[in-house]
Structures are given as structure tokens and as C-alpha cells.
Design a protein around this ligand. Structure first.
Ligand code: FAD
Length: 428
């Protein structure tokens, strides 16, 4: 189906993470019409997949819930999920954005009762747990998902499981005939808020992420700690399900490195400092965390958090870039090799689990945006030369949630200025 459903008075926000939701709400609460397009089946982005937020260690569900409530209450925001922008043509004040909307195979009759998931037997890797563990091929992405509507994986549509899901639904919500749609939108300004993705840890060969099951990434560790995650919140290591009580955190895994990411992601030090709390929370004084670091970058008010962790006797800091990791084949433990730069002695330290604090990359690099945009050497986006497309949040730089929200508010403001200028030109 092809249609045209907006005017140039509308702002398109691409990406429904905390930045996209913030930009959409700020513009909508100023009375502007907003379309919020998210490629996944739910809003929330990567913050919804964190266990706790630094610096206060509160649960992300709290902030997410407030934003979702604001979105539900605001008729100016129209949310499109499973929607990707494939083309933006035109110029500031008068763009045509082409969106491809993937079929969910479940319509708005869905009550999220979960009968379809019980009926199907096919399992697929769970992307919301970064592939740790599996989920049914009829699924709700996570407990806070918005819309609260199930999704059928395309792999079961056309097969016996698709029919079972349809038969199990009392509300006629499973629609196996849904097709991909292409929609053209007339919009005046665009906020590009497609966020970040973790650097591919398998590229850091000396650390053996693709060889050793007990070497995981910081985003995977967030899921292990989460009660809604693959282990029900227990810090169990992947190889044998043993409790991980002696955890190594390796900082700058692939960051500040000419061979990988040149930039510092600014978040990773704080993320590891926060994650030592997960170990303490799980085991009290019996847990042990060691942070291997080049230098700790805890900016502004985060310094207090760092100072607190420094005083925790269960946390050890080793100033060193770990050279390589080997696996003890009998125990599954990891042996970290390197040189401690305070004292210059070699070490070969044994740990149950290694967490790589991987850097953040733009999830869509400047060159892959389907419009002309200016980007830096890492692919983080500034905006379009014509001044009608603005980046927000981690699409523009590696940022924490607070700074991402500030950047999104600024982008919304600029988008509103474009719309207002267009409106006054039309009125004259
Ligand atoms: C290990 C780790 C722990 C962290 N812990 C904290 C913490 O405790 N506190 C804190 O403040 N920050 C933390 N952060 C940082 C935090 O995750 C980011 O600040 C936050 O995710 C930024 O939100 P965003 O909306 O800019 O990007 P994202 O969360 O990445 O959201 C982007 C959205 O855009 C969507 N999208 C992508 N491409 C497209 C497309 N082509 N079309 C449509 N939609 C698209 C994505 O699906 C996603 O929903 C942590 C980061 C890491 C790596």
C-alpha cells in the first residue's frame, strides 16, 4: 500500500529511544504534530534494556513509564513501530520521507494475554537480551513494551506455528495476511534519534569474546543482572551456569584505539562502576570486582559516584590495559595477562567472568542516513546542511541518558523553529 499522510507542518522523529521520545514529547507539548517512527516493535530503545541507571541506581522502567504516559496522553504524537525511513527527499520545511513498515502479524485487538506465545513451540534468539537465551516466536518484546502488543516472527508465518497462534487468539488479533507497507509522509523537519549500538566485541581478538563463553559485554551483563533477563537476575556465567563471584571489568574494550573506535564513549567507566554494585548486591562482601582501566572518566557530578565505589572494599582497581585473555579449559575461568602500570609488574589474574566495557557506535552512521547529513569521523551525526534535519541523543554523540534528553530537547526546539518559519512564510 502506498499513501500520503501528513503536511509540512509535521515533525518526523526517527528512533523511539529516550532521545526520540523526549524530542517527540517536547515538540508535541508545544502543540506541534509529530510522527515518531521506531524500527523495533516497541519504544524505549536501549535504556529499556538496562537493569539500573547511574548515578541514582534507580530502575529505567520509572523514567520510561513517565514518558510513555505522556505519549499516550498526547494526541499530537502518532507512533509508528516496526517503521524504518528509507528515503528523505526535498528540503527544509518540505520533505517527503518514505517509510517501510514491517508486518507485526498482530493487530490492535491484541490484549497481550500471551495465549499465542503458549501455543507456538518455535524459539528464536532473544534480541532484547542481546541474544542471551531464547524466546518464543510469538512474543512481547519486554514487560514494559509499548505498544503492549505481541509480535509474530516472520519465520512462523505460513507454517503450522502461525496457524496455532491464530487459533489460540480469542480476539481475532493474529493476522497472518499482513504485508509490508510503504508510506510517504510530508514533513517540515526531521529529528534523527537512532541512537547507538555496542561495538562488535569479536573484533577485539586478544579478548576472545567469540571463543570464550565467559567473556561477555557490558550490555549483556545488564541483562544478566535484570530480574526480567535470561537468568532471572542471577549473575550466572554462560558456560556452566555457575555463580560469577569474581568478575573482571575491562575498560576501553575497543575504545580509544586506532584499530577499533578512536573515540571515548564517556559512558563505559560509569557503566562498569555501576555494575560493580550489581556484584555487591548479589553477594555482599563475598563478591569481588576488579576494574582494569587506563584512566577513569567520571565527568561532572559522576565523580561522587566514582569516589563511593573507590571506598568499596570488594572493588579493586588495576591500572592496566589488559594485553590478552586465555581460558582455563578445565574450570572455564579466564586468565587475564598484562602489566600493572602502577609498579610495572606482570600479572596473570584468574576470574570467573570477564565483562568487556565495549564502546558505543552510532547505530546508523552518517553515510547510511537516507538523506544528506554532516557527520564526524566516527559516523555520529550533526544534521543536514540545509538546516532541516537535526540529530538528537546518541545519534549525535555517545551520551548518558540525562545528556541525551538535553540534546533531544535542543533538537526539538530547532525543529519547531523550522516549522514556525515555514508556517509564517506560508501565511505571508
Ligand atoms: C553498558 C551501558 C550501560 C549504560 N548505563 C547507563 C546508565 O546507567 N545511566 C545513563 O544515564 N546512561 C547509561 N547508558 C547510556 C544510555 O544507554 C544512552 O544514553 C541511551 O540509550 C541513549 O538513548 P537514545 O535514545 O539516544 O538511543 P537508543 O537507546 O539507542 O535508542 C535509539 C532508538 O532508535 C531506534 N532506531 C535505530 N535505527 C533506527 C532506524 N533506522 N529507524 C527507526 N528507528 C531506529 C532503535 O531501535 C532505538 O529504539 C549506558 C550505556 C551502556 C553502553
Amino acid at each position: 500500500m502506498t499513501g500520503s499522510i501528513a503536511t509540512s507542518q509535521t515533525i518526523l522523529v526517527v528512533g523511539g529511544g529516550i532521545s526520540g521520545m523526549t524530542a517527540a514529547l517536547e515538540a508535541a507539548e508545544c502543540g506541534k504534530q509529530v510522527i515518531l517512527a521506531e524500527k523495533e516493535p516497541t519504544l524505549g530503545g536501549r535504556t529499556a534494556l538496562l537493569y539500573r541507571y547511574f548515578p541514582k541506581l534507580c530502575h529505567p522502567t520509572c523514567g520510561l513509564e513517565i514518558n510513555l504516559r505522556r505519549i499516550k496522553a498526547n494526541r499530537n504524537v502518532r507512533v509508528l513501530t516496526m517503521a524504518q525511513v528509507v528515503k528523505i527527499a526535498g528540503s527544509r520545511g518540505d520533505y517527503t520521507a518514505t517509510l517501510r513498515i514491517a508486518p507485526r502479524f498482530v493487530n490492535e485487538n491484541c490484549t497481550a494475554c500471551g495465549e499465542c506465545a503458549q501455543a507456538v513451540s518455535t524459539e528464536i534468539p532473544n534480541p532484547f537480551n542481546y541474544g542471551l537465551g531464547k524466546m518464543k516466536a510469538a512474543y512481547l518484546p519486554h514487560s514494559m513494551a509499548y505498544p503492549q502488543r505481541y509480535v509474530l516472527d516472520p519465520s512462523i508465518v505460513g507454517g503450522a506455528d502461525g496457524q496455532k497462534a491464530k487459533a489460540a487468539c480469542k480476539y481475532g488479533a493474529v493476522d497472518l495476511d499482513m504485508k509490508e507497507e510503504t508510506v510517504d509522509l510530508k514533513v517540515g523537519a526531521v529529528v534523527w534519534a537512532t541512537g547507538w549500538k555496542p561495538y562488535d566485541a569479536s573484533k577485539i581478538q586478544p579478548y576472545g569474546y567469540d571463543r570464550f563463553p565467559n567473556v561477555i559485554t557490558s550490555v549483556e551483563f545488564e541483562r544478566l543482572a535484570d530480574p526480567h533477563g535470561p537468568t532471572g537476575g542471577k549473575l550466572l556465567r554462560p558456560s556452566d551456569g555457575k555463580e560469577a563471584k569474581n568478575v573482571a571489568f575491562i575498560q576501553c574494550a575497543g575504545s580509544r584505539d586506532e584499530n577499533h573506535l578512536r573515540h571515548c564513549s564517556r559512558i563505559c567507566c560509569m557503566a562498569s562502576l555501576k555494575q560493580t554494585n550489581y556484584v555487591r548486591e548479589a553477594y555482599g562482601d563475598a563478591g569481588k570486582s576488579t576494574i582494569y582501566y587506563i584512566d577513569i572518566r567520571a565527568i561532572d557530578r559522576f565523580e561522587d559516584f566514582y569516589q563511593k565505589v573507590l571506598k568499596d572494599p570488594t572493588v579493586k582497581f588495576t591500572k592496566s590495559k589488559v594485553a590478552r585473555i586465555a581460558e582455563d579449559a578445565k574450570t572455564g575461568n579466564l586468565i587475564l595477562h598484562g602489566v600493572d602500570t602502577e609498579g610495572y609488574h606482570r600479572y596473570a589474574n584468574d576470574h570467573d567472568l570477564v565483562v568487556l566495557a565495549v564502546g558505543m557506535e552510532p547505530s546508523v552512521k552518517g553515510a547510511d542516513v537516507p538523506a544528506e547529513v554532516i557527520a564526524d569521523s566516527s559516523g555520529f551525526i550533526e544534521g543536514s546542511p540545509d538546516g532541516g534535519i537535526f540529530s538528537a541523543g546518541c545519534a549525535s554523540a555517545a551520551l548518558d541518558v540525562n545528556r541525551a534528553a538535553q540534546s533531544a530537547t535542543a533538537a526539538a526546539m530547532r525543529a519547531i523553529q523550522v516549522i514556525n518559519r515555514t508556517a509564517s512564510v506560508e501565511a505571508a
